[in-house]
Design a protein around this ligand. Structure first.
Ligand code: ADP
Length: 379
């Protein structure tokens, strides 16, 4: 019985539950009939022949009373049997139809789950069945979509990392082969170039490690109330020599009496240095960069504005994606792998803030913004 139930699953359970309900109903009715039918019959006789009919009744009347009583009970039992039979037939049909409506979509969902588990991430469950099942299938499809996107990102990441490693490795291999063949001199300049490429590899692996830690939220923040002006001043102090060397004006524009933000100052300093470093990198000599902070509802908005090469509108939404570079060849020559802004985004979002960029287009400079919650307003 148990094995039969398990094999049949929902269909048989549904049928069994219907049959049990019918059996309980029929049994109750039968008991009530047996208990109450004679009484009812007696009442009928009294109604016909008066309350004292038994005193005046002869043997044949009593016999007739017994016979009608038996027929009355039999009729009730027959009616009960026929209606129970009809109910059982209806129960079988209803359980078959209902279980079909439930089992079929679940079967589909199961098949799709198996296909996805086998690596076919593009599979989707059909939206069939009752409202709850359609909602379940829709939710399942959303999950499948997220899995598919994650898988695509994973594959793209492996490709990007391999691509980024290939360039410096090919350059190092070129120098070393040239040295071995005697066509490249083994002087200080050559070793300096090789060291440049090695450092680029080291930076890349450091960035990748940090990226993975930021993206998996493995970094533990140590937030404290921090004065926004202190953060900006620290970043400016760090980069002023490079701005002077490249002949770019660096201005600071901080709104007065800003309340403290709730931040891990080392991490936010890293974000500011990254944005300021980018402004330095993408602004030609003679240009101008302004860094500032202002009050913005329940947050402080930091910004870095430059008069540099600017960014075309179509690139703006992608700047914070991993390995995204507007001009791939040029930035590779200057060392960026397109990870810095992704790390910034992760760090800012870990603080509960947002980061974005604006630009009026190529040649018109760019402004990068990010917000941090005020001390006391953070979650
Ligand atoms: P990278 O290390 O290549 O600079 P980022 O993640 O910091 O990587 O930046 C991604 C891309 O965004 C850069 O390659 C560059 O194309 C663009 N970008 C970043 N900052 C600026 C800026 N201030 N002006 C113009 N383009 C910028």
């Amino acid at each position: 019985m148990n094995g039969w139930l398990k094999r049949g699953g929902l269909r048989y359970r549904l049928l069994l539950s219907h049959l049990l309900t019918i059996a309980a109903g029929a049994l109750t009715l039968l008991t009530i009939t047996i208990i109450f039918a004679p009484g009812l019959h007696d009442q009928l006789m009294i109604a016909w022949l008066g309350p004292h009919w038994t005193e005046t009744a002869d043997a044949s009347m009593v016999e007739m009373e017994r016979a009608t009583n038996a027929i009355f009970t039999l009729a009730m039992i027959q009616a009960l049997t026929i209606s129970s039979g009809a109910a059982v037939t209806v129960a079988i049909i209803v359980s078959l139809v209902a279980s079909r409506q439930i089992v079929q979509p679940i079967d589909h969902l199961l098949q799709v789950t198996r296909r996805i588990a086998a690596g076919h991430y593009a599979e989707r469950a059909p939206l069939i069945g009752d409202r709850e099942l359609t909602r379940l299938a829709a939710q399942f499809n959303m999950m499948a979509e997220a899995l598919e996107r994650a898988e695509q990102r994973r594959v793209a990441l492996i490709g990007d990392v391999a691509h980024e490693l290939r360039t410096p490795l090919a350059t190092i291999a070129g120098y070393v082969e040239g040295i071995l063949d005697g066509v490249v001199e083994t002087d200080e300049a050559t070793w300096a170039l090789v060291l440049d490429e090695v450092n680029r590899l080291r930076r890349l692996t450091d960035d990748l490690q940090q990226l993975s830690r930021v993206e998996s939220r493995q970094i533990t923040l140590a937030p404290t109330p921090v004065d926004p002006a202190h953060l900006i001043e620290a970043a400016v102090t760090r980069l002023t020599p490079q701005f002077t060397a490249k002949n770019i004006e660096l201005h600071v524009n901080i709104e007065q009496h800003l309340p403290p933000v709730w931040a891990d100052s080392d991490r936010i300093l890293q974000v500011l240095i990254n944005l300021l470093g980018n402004a330095l990198q993408y602004t030609p000599g003679g240009g101008r960069v302004v860094i500032g902070a202002e009050h913005a509802s329940e947050a402080i908005r930091f910004w870095v504005q430059d008069s540099g090469i600017g960014i075309a509108a179509e690139h703006l939404p992608h700047l914070f994606e991993r390995f995204y570079r507007v001009d791939k060849s040029r930035t590779r020559a200057t060392g960026g792998a397109g990870i810095g802004l992704t790390i910034c985004k992760g760090l800012v979002e870990m603080h509960g803030g947002q980061i974005w960029a604006t630009s009026a287009g190529p040649g018109c400079g760019a402004t990068f913004y990010f917000t941090l919650p005020l001390y006391g307003q953070h979650e």
